[in-house]
Design a protein around this ligand. Structure first.
Ligand code: PRP
Length: 205
């Protein structure tokens, strides 16, 4: 039987995702063994799981190295991978937001300096407002940028709001709600559609 290759995002969210797949009947007990292996197979169930960096899941799926995977809506919006988005899993919920130092007031006559890991989302958002911005692309610890006056605001993920609060920052505008999505490679969906639909149906329930 041909195996279904499934890319899981490394970390807490990925463990939850695996539990959902297991509950849907696609268990792979070896995945819970604490070792440094990266791929795990259950030949009876016909599934092969592997852990990848959350932001890389869509790349594996788009290029067909994985048939399906789970990626955050943030990544799908930012990189627009050519994949099918099959299901909102309703976990990993957070929001993409603009945040700034508490009390910040935008001066529309000046170019707004925006620090972010999500340059495309930020650009599309401010384009839609007709606001001129200067994007400062960072790879992490985005919250530091306005504190050190590297930027005026940030566009970033807010989950509990704790990081903002502890750094005297606040949400200025919400851009879009985010959650984890089941995605599929387009040709895999053609050729392994039956088993993918079976998983999809069980996850929906
Ligand atoms: C994300 C985000 C915020 C934080 C928000 O960072 O960039 O820093 O989580 O969570 P909170 O609202 O619950 O405080 P992540 O942990 O993904 O790491 P990063 O610094 O690499 O972006």
């Amino acid at each position: 039987m041909e195996m279904l290759n499934i890319a899981l995002p490394k970390g807490r969210l990925g463990e939850k995702v695996y539990d959902m797949f297991a509950a849907a009947g696609f268990e792979c007990p070896s995945i819970k063994e604490n070792n440094r292996k990266l791929t795990f197979e259950n030949f009876e169930a016909g599934v092969r799981y592997f852990w990848v960096k959350p932001s890389d899941v869509a790349i594996y799926v788009e290029r067909g190295a994985a048939d399906i995977g789970v990626a955050g809506k943030d990544i799908l919006l930012e990189y627009k991978p050519d994949v099918y988005e099959l299901l909102d899993l309703g976990i990993g919920k957070c929001r993409m937001a603009v945040a700034a130092p508490v009390g910040f007031r935008d001066n529309p006559s000046k170019t707004l300096k925006v620090a972010t890991k999500f340059s495309n989302i930020a650009k599309n958002y401010y384009d839609s407002l007709g606001r001129e911005i200067d994007i400062i692309h960072l790879n992490g610890s985005i919250e530091l940028a306005p504190i050190l006056k590297l930027s005026d605001v940030i566009v970033d993920i807010v989950e509990t709001g704790r990081t903002l609060y502890e750094n005297n920052l606040e949400v200025v505008e919400e851009i879009v709600p985010i959650s984890a999505r089941l995605i599929a490679n387009k040709s895999a969906y053609k050729f392994k559609g039956n088993v993918i639909d079976e998983i999809l149906g069980k996850l929906e329930r």
